[in-house]
Design a protein around this ligand. Sequence first.
Ligand code: 0L1
Ligand code: MG
Length: 253
Amino acid sequence: MAAELIGMLAERLDTAQTTCTDIPSLCDSHEFDIDDAYAIQAALLERRLARGERVVGVKLGFTSKAKMAQMGVSDVIVGRLTDAMRIEDGDTVDLARFIHPKVEPEVAYRLCSDVDLDDPLTDIESCVDAVAPALEIIDSRYRDFRFTYTDVVADNTSAAGYAIGPWRPVGSVADRAVRLRTPDTESAGSTAAILGDPVQALHALLDMCRRRRIPLRAGDVVLAGAATAAVPLVAGITECEVAGLGSVTVRGR
Ligand code: 0L1
Ligand code: MG
């Protein structure tokens, strides 16, 4: 796909986000493959950086078997997190910032060293020093969250916001009970929904970042994926609790 078209599609997604106006699937009007989709995502990120935002981490999507099956894919997807998306634990978030936000309970990891993508012996687990409960806010820029696989990658995997609870020294978080409470819903799940064990998300991330040349730096946050289906983010308190890790909240307003 020509660079000019990549820039134009990135601009369309960027305007949807900055004006809180949904758009139809890009695939309704253009044909593009997964390489083009990551190129559009990169161009979208460039626009954010040009406005003064900073990259602070990465997120994985499609980390549950159910979601992969629904989308007809066998790969996770990767998006980028910027400082403008960060919400402090317990803080209020203005719902008017979003189009139709949903929230997911997740596990976050913190990188303590740069990850060498070119060394085949890189041990990504040794590049992580902390783990925490997390909430991710997703806000597809597409009307009614209707998108194709390439659409959602181009749209930075619906990334819109995140909050991280207290960090703890890293250890296994396999098969921990997870609860998501909003004023309207209560859902229960397990960290096993994240590729069987969230640590597998780190390995999938390394593989994707190698293929897509996405840098992983000391201090970066990694959102490993959702433990339950996403639910609407509404006014009031939303909490994610992960057994043995603690909880994190945001207050929608
Ligand atoms: O973070 C996620 O798992 C969501 C990825 C994008 C799919 C969606 O918007 O539902
Ligand atoms: Mg997510």
